[in-house]
Ligand binder design. Structure first.
Ligand code: ADP
Ligand code: MG
Length: 350
């Protein structure tokens, strides 16, 4: 496995499109690293630069301590799996897997041995003599992966490899892919626009917006401590409330006055307060030291294991989630007292 070091990468297409706007990243050897961001934010461009399919306008790129910017694609110890499988449909699985090895001039006997090994490894041993067009989508994606692995690259790049699959298969392959990466100890750079997929698979995530890295961190860091409002929204947080004024332990927000813990206190008022729906308690009693708000239930969504409430607090929509375990169920139109512990309130930069 190799570490990857990217410094000051810039890439522009034509005059107006800035695909990468100064990207610095350090990816550790053997890490499952994910680039996460909306469509058009520059994820594929970054991978293509790593693969050598695109040249950066500025910046440097090192893999395993070696400067790569000038090394042509086929000399890089980097392989790519794309969203479209890019397999030869009329060839057998064996011929598809052997293709890269053949290009590298490996003799037939060695090729066969390697293909059998990788096919067993990825649990496709009994399919090697089938034609690719006789296989399911999930099997094809596994073969695309095996084909990228068979040349034993130091780094594997994966550009949304699961996004064409249906939900069930997708979550199965998420788990398999993550196990495989840990077993091989290879560096994976994985691209997705799906924050749940990123959280479940990655050691670390880089969130990108318009060619800029917004935050790099472990899944729980990025989710629980988003660096700014863009990251918070992209990670799926709905309850972000503007802070109008700060005063000691207290902040004045769109939904009311709330007490924060000392480490959340800041002199500036600019920014947002993040309130996770599962931290709001609905009920008449307010535990000691908790913040108290008053609201009205505007909507109730039954989700089986939990119940979601859309509340109105001080004219603002606030989401709350309660587990569906012997809790009192509130109805639309009910007035409710809401408790929230200062510990659960997080300040997010603008
Ligand atoms: P993502 O993979 O995150 O969806 P891309 O890296 O594909 O984003 O694209 C980033 C930006 O660069 C987009 O605005 C896209 O339209 C533009 N872009 C990407 N490739 C090209 C190209 N070959 N020519 C012109 N514009 C491009
Ligand atoms: Mg893309």
């Amino acid at each position: 496995a190799s570490a990857i070091e990217l410094r000051g990468l810039h890439k522009r297409f034509g005059r107006d499109t800035v695909a990468l706007d100064g990207v610095d990243l350090h990816i550790q050897a053997g890490e499952f690293f994910t680039l996460l961001g909306p469509s058009g934010c520059g994820k594929t461009t970054l991978l293509r630069i790593l693969a050598g399919l695109e040249e950066p306008d500025q910046g440097s790129l090192m893999v395993g301590g070696k400067e790569l910017t000038e090394v042509p694609p086929h000399r890089r110890s980097v392989n790519t799996v794309f969203q479209s499988y890019a397999l030869f449909p009329h060839l057998s699985v064996r011929d598809n897997l052997a293709f890269g090895l053949k290009m590298r001039g490996l003799p037939a006997a060695k090729r066969d041995a390697k293909v059998d090994e990788i096919a067993d490894f990825i649990k496709l041993g009994d399919l090697v003599d089938r034609r690719v067009d006789q296989l399911s989508g999930g099997q094809r994606q596994r073969i695309a992966l095996a084909r990228a692995l068979v040349c034993e690259p130091d780094v594997l790049l994966l550009d949304e490899p699961l996004s064409a699959l249906d939900a069930g298969l997708r979550s199965q392959l998420q788990v398999e892919l993550q196990r495989l990466q840990k077993r091989l100890g290879m560096t994976f750079v994985f691209v997705t626009h799906d924050q749940d997929e990123a959280m479940v698979m990655s050691d670390r995530i880089a969130v990108l917006d318009s060619g800029n890295i917004q935050q790099v961190g472990a899944p729980n860091d990025v989710y629980e401590r988003p660096a700014n409002a863009f990251v918070a929204r992209f990670m799926g947080h709905d309850n972000l409330f503007a802070i109008h004024r700060s005063e000691g332990d207290w902040v004045e927000t769109e939904i009311g006055r709330l007490r924060l813990l000392p480490d959340e206190q800041r002199d500036t008022a600019d920014g947002w307060l993040l309130v996770r729906p599962e931290t709001l308690e609905l009920g008449p009693e307010v535990p000691e030291g908790y913040n108290r708000l008053e609201g009205i239930v505007r909507e109730r969504l039954y989700r089986g294991s939990r119940i979601e409430y859309r509340l109105e607090v001080n004219g603002q929509a606030v989401m709350a989630v309660a587990s569906n375990l012997g809790q009192r169920i509130h109805r639309e139109g009910d007035e409710v007292t809401i408790s929230v512990c200062p510990e659960d309130l997080v300040r997010v930069a603008a």
